[in-house]
Design a protein around this ligand. Structure first.
Ligand code: FES
Length: 111
């Protein structure tokens, strides 16, 4: 569903299994890692969104079809820990109307 206003809602389940419903603007060119940090969720995003650290890894728990992973994301997930078939890098998920209602779970931290 596409909303008329410029915010979408995303549910983020943290590592304590707690759900956080957050809203994110679609017109500010943000990604999911950045939005999680804005809400002070425990997402490090150490590389600043360059697909080079995997500290923003999430598992997609809703049935949204996201744009395909680019090579950088695939390469990083190849080297990351705790990767599952529904793993994505939060920094590579662009906040757009198409992902309204997305549910993601934060992957465990690797250290
Ligand atoms: S913030 Fe480093 S891979 Fe996403």
């Amino acid at each position: 569903m596409i909303l008329d206003n410029k915010d979408i809602t995303i549910t983020v389940i943290d590592r304590q299994n707690e759900s956080h419903e957050i809203s994110a603007p679609v017109d500010m060119n943000l990604n999911l890692m950045e939005v999680c940090k804005l809400y002070e969720l425990p997402v490090k995003g150490e590389c600043g969104g360059m697909a080079m650290c995997a500290t923003c890894q999430v598992y997609i728990e809703s049935d949204h079809i996201l744009p395909a992973q680019n090579d950088a994301e695939l390469d990083m997930l190849d080297q990351a820990f705790f990767v599952k078939s529904n793993s994505r890098l939060g920094c590579q998920i662009h906040i757009s109307p198409e992902i309204n209602g997305l549910v993601v779970r934060l992957a465990p931290e690797s250290e």
